[in-house]
Design a protein around this ligand. Structure first.
Ligand code: LLP
Length: 435
């Protein structure tokens, strides 16, 4: 459930009218609903009630400080994958003891920053990374709490580009090598192995892969404990899917997910860490865009909008479906139009929806692209020298611009012409040549 509803004919974010917001901030823009963020967090954590579980929001899904802070105020920790995300989480007020650091290629600088911040745990993904962390921890005179991310070789049955738990993937330590690697971690100075971690993929729409992965973890823990290792923490990753509207059946929700967790690992006496990203934020965000032109092509009608694939890359990158809806419904139910909703970018992949049924639209009308709160703004780029669009957080009838539009001129200000291409150098060259 989300808090983007029509009041009469007009779509609102909580009590804020989207046309008014569009007038105030200009299009395109992302809008997030505080109440939806809080509700998603509450539903997720309520499902885990009774378990010793810490929910760490996967910041990669939405790195906006206000979004992270909204969840942090509810008690969420953070799962970060870079020095930048670590700084964002700390700046948003997430306590260090609720931050875990994941990722397959953390640099020495990032590992040092994590140790300096004294975060809860670093999830290591390879023996070389473990050795590097051991050296760094020793050099700064500290001990790193580490979990080994295991690759359980379980197919998550999701999009190939976001499947991470199969053998061929770059992620994690092969599960069959886990006990050998855990012993190595225990022997290395500067490391305190506390447990294991797993993340098999994103946008999972079936529960069975989770069950299989968690069962594998259980077997591993039993084996590691038999070897004399202490296992206090179990990081189960993220990955639970959300409905985008094109799924075949219902998607398992937090209760079904929690039931699998209870069954597989609930009795191991481990502290559990969960890293949901999409589930918390996807349906808490819309991308609002304005129609620039209606173009009748040779075979199709195009609704050309002012948002592009640089703002929301998911359709272009994964063929992802995002529902596109009018912000203001027509007064009378005119004959709908069937059109492709496309952006201004010079690629055919810059298409948000094909063959979409919409009320008859005109230039200037507003559309909302749904389920855009996860991996929308966080994956945006300046492609085609377009600005990064603003982000707005709504709380009941108030709103705040929580990230300004970042103009394309920001790109120019970071670029330099080398001396030999500077206009003055050209003139000098001309004179030297006698031209
Ligand atoms: N933990 C780890 C270690 C991860 O790699 C991820 C996501 C998560 C947690 C959060 O997963 P979630 O609960 O959001 O599924 N850009 C893609 C999704 C990439 C996910 C990468 N890892 C998309 O737009 O679908």
């Amino acid at each position: 459930m989300d808090h983007f509803q029509y009041h009469g004919r007009v779509l609102h974010a909580e009590a804020v009218s989207l046309p008014d917001l569009a007038e105030a901030v200009g299009t395109p823009f992302y809008v997030y609903s505080s109440a939806t963020l809080r509700r998603h967090y509450q539903v997720f954590t309520a499902a885990l009630a009774g378990l010793d579980a810490l929910t760490c929001f996967a910041v990669k899904a939405n790195g906006n400080l206000a979004v992270i802070a909204t969840l942090a105020r509810q008690g969420a920790g953070a799962d970060v994958v870079s020095g930048g995300e670590l700084e964002s989480a700390l700046a948003a007020g997430v306590p260090a003891e609720r931050i875990v650091f994941s990722g397959v290629g953390k640099s020495a600088r990032e590992l040092k920053a994590a140790l300096a911040a004294d975060i809860l745990q670093i999830n290591v993904e390879s023996v070389p990374e473990m050795e590097a962390l051991s050296c760094i921890a020793c050099s700064v005179g500290t001990t790193a709490r580490v979990a080994l991310r295991i690759n359980p070789d379980i197919d998550a049955h999701t999009h190939a580009k976001i499947t991470t738990g199969v053998r061929e993937a770059k992620f994690g330590i092969e599960w069959t090598a886990a006990h050998q690697v855990y012993a190595r971690a225990a022997a290395l100075p500067g490391l305190q192995p506390v447990g294991i971690a797993v993340h098999i993929g994103s946008q999972l729409t079936e529960i069975e892969p989770f069950a299989a992965a968690f069962q594998r973890l259980r077997d591993l823990i039993v084996m590691l404990r038999r070897d004399g290792h202490t296992i206090t923490t179990l990081d189960l990753g993220g990955g639970l899917g959300v409905p985008y509207g094109d799924e075949e059946g219902p998607i398992p929700g937090p209760d079904a997910y929690a039931a699998v967790i209870r069954r597989a690992v609930g009795d191991l006496g481990c502290r559990l860490i969960l890293e949901p990203g999409r589930l918390l934020v996807a349906n808490a965000g819309l991308l609002v865009t304005r129609v620039l032109y209606i173009k009748e092509g040779a075979t199709r009608t195009f609704v050309i909008v002012d948002a592009g694939m640089n703002d929301l890359m998911r359709p272009a990158m994964y063929g992802a479906h995002h529902a596109v809806v009018p912000v203001v419904n027509p007064e009378v139910n005119d004959k709908p139009m069937v059109a492709d909703v496309v952006g201004p970018i010079c690629e055919t992949s810059d298409t948000f929806a094909s063959g979409c049924t919409l009320p008859p639209l005109r230039a200037g009308d507003l559309l909302a692209i749904r389920t855009a709160g996860a991996y929308g703004s966080s994956m945006a780029s300046f492609y085609n020298a377009r600005p990064l669009c603003p982000e707005v957080l709504v709380a009941d009838s108030t709103h705040a611009v929580v990230r300004e539009r970042i103009p394309w001129q920001a790109l120019l200000s970071w670029q330099r012409l080398p001396a030999w291409l500077a206009p003055a150098a050209d003139e000098g060259q001309g004179q030297a040549d006698g031209r």
